[in-house]
Design a binder for this molecule. Structure first.
Ligand code: HEM
Ligand SMILES: *[C@@H]1O[C@H](CO)[C@@H](O)[C@H](O)[C@H]1NC(C)=O
Ligand SMILES: *[C@@H]1O[C@H](CO)[C@@H](O)[C@H](O)[C@H]1NC(C)=O
Ligand SMILES: *[C@@H]1O[C@H](CO)[C@@H](O)[C@H](O)[C@H]1NC(C)=O
Ligand SMILES: *[C@@H]1O[C@H](CO)[C@@H](O)[C@H](O)[C@H]1NC(C)=O
Length: 327
């Protein structure tokens, strides 16, 4: 009798807890979140203005911001965990991991946007939304790709070096490894192929692909391209600095379907780029992007929005980090 009652009580507690939790799990992002309830109607234009002014001076920062969005979302969701600096309490955050350090850039852009937002609407706009909006604005500036991005993300407090290594795909990954790393984040193979078009912009450090040049040319890379890259990137054991090269030598600052032409011509820097040719489906998608006008741009926009919803924190989870996004 007593145990029956306790079971009943336990059930009741669970049912109540479940009801309380439901609205949380259903809470979702919405387009124009900061326009509603007078939260911060200028938020999106403040971010856009900040991004524009930085990217006009250095378009590489636009590439950096798009990659920052990817690296944020794939590690603990889009929660700005990638921005947290090392601190005595957390000496080894994502920022220090091999995929992020020293290559990730654009942190100053986020700092400037956050500073402007804190002036206009203190404590309201999350760092996670700033990254998502900044990446969207960069895609427009570099590729005239325009889309609405839902907002209302909140910021996380946890950032762990090892998780960046665990969840971010490496340039030596083959197709099944790439697919698996996107699948655990809820993105499918076509999302992955579409998002890879971001490798039409920005740069890479030599160390990310010299294993394809030395000691011998990786046969999955154009031999002429490899000869050319060997001039720019000495063998790692000779190199005093880790140089950088553009990902797309034709139009390094134009987010475009040119990436897919490069992949087909074995002119991708990474083995992972070449891997998109290794299944019938992905090869077809690569070809479709080269032949169907507007298809890449439309798919890229959709996939960026989808990536922006990975494991997001919404009220009352997380926090609005401030006054800076780094602490
Ligand atoms: C498919 C798996 C991917 C792999 C293996 C990969 C790997 C890499 C690597 C190794 C670099 C060069 C880093 C360096 O050495 O400086 C790079 C750069 C870049 N990646 Fe990816 N990436 C992938 C997917 C993505 C996605 C999904 C995006 C965004 C939508 C993206 C955007 C970029 C951008 C924009 C750059 C240039 C960054 C800059 O110039 O600062 N990548 N990627
Ligand atoms: C961002 O600003 C540019 C002008 O610098 C404008 O053309 C573009 O439409 C703006 N984007 C958004 C989403 O407001
Ligand atoms: C990709 O690499 C993994 C790990 O090395 C291996 O198990 C798998 O068979 C490879 N897949 C393909 C398609 O080559
Ligand atoms: C991948 O997901 C997108 C959108 O979520 C969907 O439109 C597409 O059909 C999916 N592709 C595959 C191969 O499942
Ligand atoms: C690398 O260093 C070795 C030994 O110093 C030298 O013989 C070789 O020519 C160098 N290779 C290049 C490509 O600079």
């Amino acid at each position: 009798m007593e145990s029956k009652i306790s079971i009943l009580i336990t059930c009741l507690i669970f049912a109540t807890a479940f009801q309380l939790l439901l609205p949380l799990s259903e809470a979702s992002l919405e387009v124009g979140y900061y326009n509603y309830k007078n939260r911060c109607p200028k938020a999106e234009s403040i971010v856009n203005y900040t991004v524009s002014s930085f990217v006009k001076k250095n378009s590489g920062l636009g590439a950096g911001l798009i990659r920052m969005f990817f690296h944020d979302c794939f590690v603990r969701g889009c929660d700005a965990s990638v921005l947290l600096d090392p601190s005595p309490a957390n000496p080894d955050p994502e920022k220090k991991s091999i995929p992020n350090n020293p290559s990730l850039r654009g942190f100053d852009v986020i700092d400037a946007a956050k500073a402007a937002l804190e002036k206009a609407c203190p404590g309201v706009v999350s760092c996670a939304d700033i990254i998502a909006l900044a990446a969207r604005d960069a895609a427009y500036l570099l590729g005239k790709i325009s889309y609405d991005i839902p907002t209302g993300r909140r910021d996380g407090k946890v950032s762990i070096n090892a998780e960046a290594l665990q969840f971010l795909p490496a340039p030596f990954f083959n197709l099944s490894q790439l697919e698996a790393s996107f699948a655990i984040k809820g993105l499918n193979t076509s999302d992955m192929v579409a998002l890879s078009g971001a490798h039409s912009i920005g740069r890479s450090h030599c160390s990310s692909f010299t294993s394809r040049l030395y000691p011998t040319t990786d046969p999955t890379m154009s031999a002429r391209f490899a000869n050319f890259l060997r001039i720019l990137c000495p063998p790692p054991q000779n190199a005093t600095i880790d140089g950088v090269v553009p990902q797309n030598f034709l139009k390094p600052n134009r987010l475009s379907k040119q990436y897919y032409f490069n992949v087909k011509a074995l002119l991708g820097l990474f083995f992972s780029d070449w891997s998109l040719l290794t299944s019938k489906e992905t090869r077809q998608q690569v070809t479709d992007y080269t032949t169907t006008p507007g298809l890449f741009e439309a798919d890229f926009a959709k996939a960026m929005v989808k990536m922006g919803s990975i494991e997001v924190l919404t009220f009352p989870q997380g926090e609005i980090r401030g006054p800076t996004c780094r602490l």
